[in-house]
Design a protein around this ligand. Structure first.
Ligand SMILES: [Ca+2]
Ligand SMILES: [Ca+2]
Length: 228
């Protein structure tokens, strides 16, 4: 009858633990507005690069929220033109668990004539998909992608109109996303559809090879411990 000796039991346990532990909590990340330096054109965070197109990051502090946009256009501290964008590129394919956007107001609030819309383009390595976050009223918005939207600060005058999208791209392993202005870029429409970045959270997708290596690493540790 097949029987495991104590070392094999330990190695098996270690390997199993490696497989079980690796995906959970490993390589979770958060990027907040404060991580994007004032008036810098880009920043390398070690696991991701963020770039302001075509100028530099510009911050706005509204109702206790720090929001980042792109300098220039009609609104200095917001993404407000089709030519303006904040580009997020991840070093490894990642799953996004939340994306927070701000200064997306309802019609009649602040200087906005209509319910504002934010455009998000997501890249998965083979192509891109475009989604929109559209305000419905002071505390309601519709996200065209997977996931759900919660209001963190009302979309009414004096507040920061912050929305949090949970699991915005579902379980897709993405290589990056772009926050871009929806336009139109005419004076009569200025300030409509301008918005900014508040934060994003996610986790790196573990590669099967990494899991195997982690498992073997633990087996190696167990073996080394046994020899002592
Ligand atoms: Ca701008
Ligand atoms: Ca706005």
């Amino acid at each position: 009858m097949f029987r495991l000796n104590p070392f094999h039991k330990l190695a098996t346990l270690a390997f199993g633990a490696g497989l079980a532990l690796a995906p959970a909590g490993a390589d979770a990340f958060t990027i907040q507005s404060g991580d994007l330096p004032v008036y810098a054109a880009d920043v390398d965070l070690g696991f991701a690069k963020v770039t302001a197109v075509p100028t530099v990051f510009a911050h706005k502090s509204v109702a206790g929220y720090d929001v980042v946009g792109v300098l220039g256009g009609w609104e200095g501290g917001e993404v407000d033109l089709a030519q303006e964008s904040l580009v997020f590129e991840f070093d490894a394919p990642s799953i996004i668990t939340s994306l927070d956007l701000g200064l997306l107001f309802a019609a009649g609030e602040e200087d906005d004539l209509w319910n504002e819309v934010a455009k998000v383009i997501v890249y998965d390595g083979s192509g891109s998909t475009e989604y929109t976050l559209s305000v419905v009223d002071g505390t309601t918005a519709i996200w065209s992608g997977p996931g759900s939207v919660a209001n963190l600060s009302p979309a009414t005058t004096g507040n920061a109109a912050v929305w949090s999208i949970s699991n915005p791209f579902g379980t897709a392993a993405i290589t990056g996303f772009t926050l871009v202005g929806e336009g139109p870029d005419t004076p009569a429409d200025f300030r409509n559809n301008d918005y900014g970045f508040v934060g994003v959270s996610g986790r790196v997708v573990p590669e099967p090879g990494t899991l195997v290596l982690m498992g073997f690493g633990l087996v190696g540790l167990a073996a080394a411990g046994r020899k002592r």
